[in-house]
Design a protein around this ligand. Sequence first.
Ligand code: COA
Length: 372
Amino acid sequence: MTTKSSGLAGVVAGTTSVCTVGKEGVGLTYRGYTIEDLAANATFEEVAYLLIHDSLPNRSELEHFKQMLKAKREIPEKLRSILKLIPKHTHPMDVLRTGCSALGVFEPENEENNQYDIAARLLATFPGMLMFWYQFHFNNKEIDTHTDHDSIAGHFLHMLTGQAPDELHERALDVSLILYAEHEFNASTFAARVTAATLADFYSAVTSAIGTLRGPLHGGANEAAMALISMFSSPEEAEAGIKQMLADKALIMGFGHRVYKHSDPRSPIIKKWAKKLARTEQDQRLVAIAEIIEKIMWDEKKLFPNLDFYSALAYHFSGVPTDMFTPVFVMSRISGWAAHIMEQRANNKLIRPTAEYIGVETQTFIPLDERN
Ligand code: COA
């Protein structure tokens, strides 16, 4: 039997024990734990461990995992040289895509460097790769990619600002990393699994995933949502502007979802954090603009904000530059990608669907000299 579906919508393309998305009665779970419980009670490092090792760590396992990640933060000299060569105005997602691929050249996957080592290495080095490139090109500094912070959130913010981060910003980013860590067969994870299913190496699968995450219909939506919210200077202006955009059939970034039909369970969690982080009058104005956009989208289209919409404000209020929003998503989603690459490899089958042909009928071949 063959099933046709545009964009594979509604197609069950495999099995997984990593995550449920929108499952009746439980919603979003990672390895059986609800996203609400994880965001309220866990740290990102616990969640990354859970995804990669299939169970929550006990205290000593978590301590060991965090120390191991800290010890792996060094960026090799040859990779630093490549990062220096990447032009200043490159999109930071291209920096991580290139950085991931280059690390795969210098530290290839083999018996001494297995998939668990590489997953940990990428978790540990993505923040440093991005910040080394950024500080070199924008502030003329070659930074040390070691900091004292145990958390990836604190480590990233410290390298970004050169100072120990505000606790509220660190925890907000930590929660956002938990929310972004995993989401079943989304486009980038599926791309990673397609690559892994050909028996390609771990870095190739992650590089495919980063390229796939970059687009505004997927991870790039958080950057596009910030650009949208920033277009308006008041809720009144936003109301008129969004109504006009809807009349023009424009896509409103940060709204809608392929699987969720009524709400995204991650959105209220990050919205609460965004509101907590809004300290200035200007911040409050951005929140009011976002809330009016949310209301109009629901009233007019019955569309709800996905994780990307209020994440944009949470990152903005934490001082993260807009074009680093999607790279922060990479720093988190590497944990989910790793879990899926490992799961794919453990029970592999080449992923190769078929297409319905809609081209011309069979034609008679015309020799080159006879074509006009
Ligand atoms: N703004 C305006 N209209 C939207 C919309 C949005 N963000 N999302 C969906 N719609 C509309 C579509 O235009 C379509 O209308 P139509 O039936 O009149 O043509 C209808 O809702 C169904 O959308 P469709 O594009 O078929 O859904 P999909 O499952 O293919 O797409 C997304 C899902 C996420 C790609 C889509 O909602 C989108 O582009 N959202 C904006 C980008 C974004 O936030 N991405 C991050 C996802 S986590």
